[in-house]
Design a protein around this ligand. Structure first.
Ligand SMILES: *Cc1c(COP(=O)(O)O)cnc(C)c1O
Length: 379
């Protein structure tokens, strides 16, 4: 069994993908070819945002968004420590300081109630992450941002295709960033990403920053980066978009198969919570477990791959030690010791999901029994 089955996905879209790749090879415009604009128009329409700007990766999207907002030295940006490193990395690369706010123990997303106490005169932006494919509490976060004059960048690297109160992830705040890393819900076959906004000025700035800050050829009106997504990768995403709605349904089906066996069981295994005003695209199907090492080993012995997203919260990473120290964000620390992601994807069969869930519950049952102290019998 594969953790994410990209080969079956390719087989399902093979003719479309091959055709799109061949078209690029034939026209030969490998950088900023016609597929780039075509993809941007399709994605903007999908998300409901006025602008989509494709970029070299999800990491680059975060960096360019922060650059366009003018975040730099001395500024603070509020974010979650329970995310992939790129979220905080983009902040630090610009000389700004990430200020970590703890997460909600149910969803593992940024806890809005804890944000305001961390806002200072230097705070410029908030970056919530829509973790595992489920949008963060965006309305609450946007409300706080409006009160304090801050920007909100949704790190939607894992959540393209998810919805929140009827709107699409990536279009839930001033700027949305996503990634087309191969294993993300909408992936390419290399690196790629995109920015979304309905703010014309910001879109212009992000477009220019993407190509070395050029407003016209060899006219550099701002400091930029080499941040383009290449035409071949855009062509691959265009092909994959044809099956994307169907794949989202299949992700939901696989998640429901897990849910049917894992939800509401008092076995020391609980799926990360979902809220009913939003949908997840299940970039990961993640459970919170006791005795993770034992369960992971049992699944491994049964040939079932698992992954930990993420084993160390960023404020405990050597390069990111924060002013609050290692004791900050206790919920993130606890979850980092308990989460485990199971095989997931549109091509995971219902029978496979049931098998994984059954092996997991059996292992949880055994490890719970063996952890119960034997009762001392009276003489
Ligand atoms: C994958 C990911 C990124 C980075 O995307 P890349 O395309 O790999 O650079 C950023 N943030 C989160 C939450 C991610 O999962």
């Amino acid at each position: 069994m594969e953790f994410i089955d990209l080969k079956s996905q390719y087989q399902a879209s093979r003719a479309l993908i091959n055709g799109r790749i061949q078209a690029v090879l034939d026209h030969g415009q490998y950088i900023m070819g016609p597929e780039v604009g075509e993809l941007e128009a399709r994605l903007a329409q999908f998300a409901g945002a006025r602008h989509c700007i494709t970029v070299a990766s999800g990491t680059e999207a975060l960096l360019i968004a922060l650059m366009a907002l003018g975040v730099g030295r001395g500024d603070e940006v509020i974010t979650t420590p329970f995310t992939f490193i790129a979220t905080a990395e983009a902040i630090v690369l610009l000389g700004a300081t990430p200020v970590f706010v703890d997460i909600d123990p149910v969803t593992c997303n940024l806890a809005p109630a804890l944000i305001e106490e961390k806002i200072t005169a230097r705070t410029r932006a908030i970056i919530p992450v829509s973790l595992y494919g489920q949008p963060a509490d965006m309305d609450e976060i946007n409300g706080i941002a409006v009160r304090h004059g801050l920007a909100v960048i949704e790190d939607a690297a894992q959540s393209f295709g998810a919805t929140y109160r009827g709107r699409q992830s990536c279009n839930l705040s001033g700027v949305g960033c996503t990634s087309f890393f191969p294993s993300k819900p909408l992936g390419c076959y290399g690196d790629g990403g995109a920015l979304f906004t309905s703010d014309d000025e910001l879109a212009k700035a992000m477009r220019e920053i993407r190509v070395h800050g050029q407003s016209k050829r060899y006219v550099h009106t701002r400091i930029g980066v080499g941040g383009r997504m290449d035409t071949l990768q855009c062509a691959i995403v265009l092909a994959k978009l044809e099956l994307f709605d169907w794949e989202l349904q299949q992700r939901q089906r696989a998640a429901s198969a897990y849910d049917a066996l894992l939800l509401g069981k008092d076995m020391g295994v609980r799926p990360v919570g979902r809220r009913d005003d939003r949908t997840s695209v299940y970039a990961q199907y993640t459970v919170v477990v006791e005795q993770r090492d034992a369960l992971q080993a049992a699944l491994h012995r049964a040939g079932i791959p698992t992954a930990i997203h993420y084993p160390v919260p960023i404020h405990r990473q050597p390069a990111y030690a924060s002013p609050g120290g290692a004791d900050a964000c206790p919920v993130a620390v606890e979850m980092a010791g308990k989460v485990m992601s199971l095989p997931m994807g549109p091509y995971l069969s219902t029978a496979s999901a049931q098998h994984v869930a059954t092996v997991l519950l059996d292992a949880a049952d055994i490890s719970r029994r063996s952890s119960v102290e034997p009762v001392a019998l009276p003489e």
